[in-house]
Design a protein around this ligand. Sequence first.
Ligand code: AR6
Length: 177
Amino acid sequence: MSVKLSLQKGDITKIAVDAIVNAANTSLLGGGGVDGAIHRAAGKVLLEECIKIRNKQGGCKTGQAVYTIAGNLPAKYVIHTVGSVWQNGTHGERELLENCYENTLKIAQELQLKSISFPNISTGVYKFPKEEAAEIALNSVNKFVKQSNNLILEEIIFVCFDEENFKIYERMMSRIF
Ligand code: AR6
């Protein structure tokens, strides 16, 4: 079965999928942006689960991913990944952002998830240029899907909160896929 890739504008906390992805930070203790919105909507169980992971492995490195249950969210799981902070592009920012998508999708496969939604990781507080971040997101997902035998995922949704990202994704998705 081939995977369906789609685009939505809005709030990722409202989407009922097997997993939503959180653009977290290395502390896993929550923050602003989409991270704050996810923690607020999920309730305190999310922070408690993140603290358990912190106690076990000391947070989450940039480009890596971990998962928790999703508390009050309509999703079943939250996969927390830490995007790269944009500096000037010479600090491995692109590769690290690519790793976020790849490592998140690996977890989704391990959990045998059928649907997942991604926010535009790193394009808020972390200031990654939006065009480049979108290209990396779409190319990484495309590469993962093409390389996987026995892909369990059936639907991947890119969720754009701001109009600028939405327009970029709209244009790029028709070109890449
Ligand atoms: N649903 C979907 N996307 C959203 C939502 C939402 N409810 N709210 C914001 N966005 P950011 P980053 C979009 O700053 O750049 C946090 O404090 C937003 O428009 O959330 O990876 C963490 O704790 C933007 O396009 O994440 C970290 O410290 C995108 O989400 C740091 O920010 C990402 O913006 C991570 O920075």
